[in-house]
Ligand binder design. Sequence first.
Ligand SMILES: N[C@@H](CCC(=O)N[C@@H](CS)C(=O)NCC(=O)O)C(=O)O
Length: 214
Amino acid sequence: MPKLWGASASPFVRKVRVLLAEKKIPHEREDLIPINVSPEYRKISPLGKIPAWQDGDRTIADSSVICAYLERTHPEPRLYPADPYEYARALWFEEYGDTALVGVIGPKIFFQKFIAPRFFNQPTDEAMVRKAIDEELPPLFDYLESQLVGGDAIVGGRFSIADIGLGTPFVNLRHAGVGVDSKRWPKLARYVAGLHERPSFRTLIEEERATFGL
Ligand SMILES: N[C@@H](CCC(=O)N[C@@H](CS)C(=O)NCC(=O)O)C(=O)O
């Protein structure tokens, strides 16, 4: 049985888990937290990060690489657009989720409000959280609002890796108790709510909420 390494709260691990669910790929998961990882794990993930994928002696690190690989090994349902421009747009939004959204939501909101007090017994840096919510997220949300045309897919009218990559950091935002203001970003708020209602996302969100007692 192939194995996914990584803790469920990671937006990158969740990205792969949503793709695995959409494609119904059998696998098991090892719940690894990426702190002081073993030399054995570094052989699978040389940077020591999660997620990593292991299938026999084939090992792959990085969520984007794992997703692209699984699209080749399990082409149905197709989660990368066939049209070259739409394909590039989908990769762009996946990257936007991974870097722009996770860059703010991960360390400045989710870590501060959720991880630090629960797991490190550290107080939340409220000023950092406020600045992230008031100043850093709005331009990122403005851009997404400008790119959404309605419906539950941001590229080509069909659910893709773009939607998986964008939807996953919003789960971390939600776990941290922060939502998208539907008056200011109506299309984005509707889009995110729709994504999180898909069975693939919803099952993971419910599982994580149960794990964290949310
Ligand atoms: N580009 C990587 C990013 C993975 C990543 O940064 N994962 C975090 C957890 S959310 C991690 O493992 N951090 C530990 C570290 O950087 O040492 C991917 O898409 O898989």
